[in-house]
Design a protein around this ligand. Structure first.
Ligand SMILES: [Fe+2]
Length: 267
């Protein structure tokens, strides 16, 4: 099995060219892909033509799947493991999650065990817009100014779901990747509520400083989707955001299938 892995930016990300994910992936190829995923943090598999079951079969090579809390309402019919991320409506109702990821976040950060990673497969794309930003939280952590690092180093933050207030969890602000051993910044502006055991105003000011730091352009890669892209990010060391400037435009159709790989407890 031969394929090529090409870096996409200085920040993170690589594209995988010449692999057909409808075919079985042998162990040698899987090892190369797994290492590349840990190394580049985001992989983009180009020109795929996947059925929902084929996307599931490839996803479970990386671990058991996690059900998104919204999946009860937004899963693909007959495939509870696939979350539909879509701007489409049918009979006046959204067919999936319409405005997914409007701010920088990592998936399921409000769960005790946030996702290892997510795979997003592009089925229909708008003529422009709908890009996804990915930010390298290893690099952001390594470049943290000393005073900021000392202020958050041993602290934890409270994360809350924006859709279900019952879902909340405490996690370290700087987490250690369970496979690479590298430290990354884990807080994010969409799901982090506040820093634990800190006055609200102090917590707000500190988080704002960290977010400004994390959003520096040298940490970020903007993915411009191509039809057939399957993008797989490492949710443990990457923040992401969807850029939906035209969500109210009826010609703006962005329709995707997502699988979510279960993760472990951050430490
Ligand atoms: Fe997301």
């Amino acid at each position: 099995m031969s394929f090529e892995i090409r870096p996409l930016s200085d920040a993170l990300g690589a594209e995988v060219i010449g692999i057909d994910l409808t075919q079985p992936i042998d162990d040698a190829a899987f090892t190369v892909l797994h290492k590349a995923h840990l190394n580049y943090q985001v992989l983009v598999f180009r020109e795929q033509q996947l059925t929902p079951q084929q996307q599931i079969d490839f996803s479970v090579r990386f671990g058991p799947l996690d059900k998104h809390p919204s999946q009860g309402k937004a899963h693909l019919e007959g495939y509870p493991d696939i979350l539909v991320v879509s701007t489409k409506t049918e009979n006046g109702k959204d067919v999936g999650i319409r405005n997914a990821g409007p701010a920088w976040h990592s998936d399921l950060a409000y769960m005790e065990q946030p996702a290892l990673g997510s795979m997003l497969y592009a089925l229909e794309l708008p003529d422009s817009g709908g890009n996804t930003g990915f930010a390298n939280m290893y690099a952001a952590c390594e470049a943290l100014p000393k005073d900021l690092r000392e202020a958050v180093e041993k602290r934890r933050a409270l994360f809350c779901s924006t859709r279900n207030k019952e879902l909340k969890a405490l996690h370290p602000i700087l987490r250690t990747h369970p496979e690479t051993g590298r430290k990354s910044i884990f807080v994010n502006p969409q799901l982090t509520h506040r820093i634990n055991d800190m006055a609200d105003d102090e917590s707000d000011a500190l988080l704002a400083e960290i977010y400004d730091h994390c959003r520096k352009p040298n940490f970020i890669y903007w993915h411009r989707w191509q039809p057939g892209d399957l993008t797989f990010w490492d949710n443990r060391c990457v923040l992401h955001i969807a850029d939906h400037k035209r969500l109210d435009d009826p010609n703006y159709i962005r329709h995707m299938h997502r699988t979510t790989i279960a993760g472990d407890t951050p430490f």
